[in-house]
Design a protein around this ligand. Sequence first.
Ligand code: SAM
Length: 177
Amino acid sequence: MRDDKEFTQLWHDNATGMWARWLTGDYKRALEIGSFEGASAIWLLDLFPKLKVTCVDTFSPGFDDVTGEYEQRFDRNVEEYGNRVTKLKGKSQDILKTFSKRSKFDLIYIDADHTYEAVLEDLKLSYPLLKKGGLMILDDYDNKDFGVKQAVDEFLKDIDVQVLRERNDYQMAFIKL
Ligand SMILES: C[S@@+](CC[C@H](N)C(=O)[O-])C[C@H]1O[C@@H](n2cnc3c(N)ncnc32)[C@H](O)[C@@H]1O
């Protein structure tokens, strides 16, 4: 976690060990669904100097946030990366529908609305945007407060992927085969 940035939450700190083991490719384009103050996106941008990240977030003040100003903190935090960051403001379920089917990402991180319905919709809309061999990561898979596991398990039922999981961790990832 960069201590020169404005972060009020340290959620992504718990994931960096796993991410360092999972992210073995040469990633050029990433899609992040749920960016908050930019912590996870910045971690990726620093690790992969050629990476460009598209960040989708409602930046809605209703979200769990101490000051309600996380959009401004996101803007300030990612400013140094210039055109390596594309910010798309709105509900992912609306924004993802506007992407061209030809638009492809090496890496997709889903960390937005954690309800079963929203995660399932995010998966359905973003999976076609993932390249073959690309990596999809989801947060809070094992968190019983949310519907992530139900949505992921249902979505993956008929899809051939290589699941990457580590014991007793909230995150899960899979590679598109
Ligand atoms: C847990 S935070 C993301 C944290 C970030 N990935 C990190 O690790 O630093 C979840 C974010 O998802 C956003 N969000 C919630 N529902 C959303 C939706 N339907 N579409 C887009 N963004 C959403 C919230 O505004 C919030 O910023």
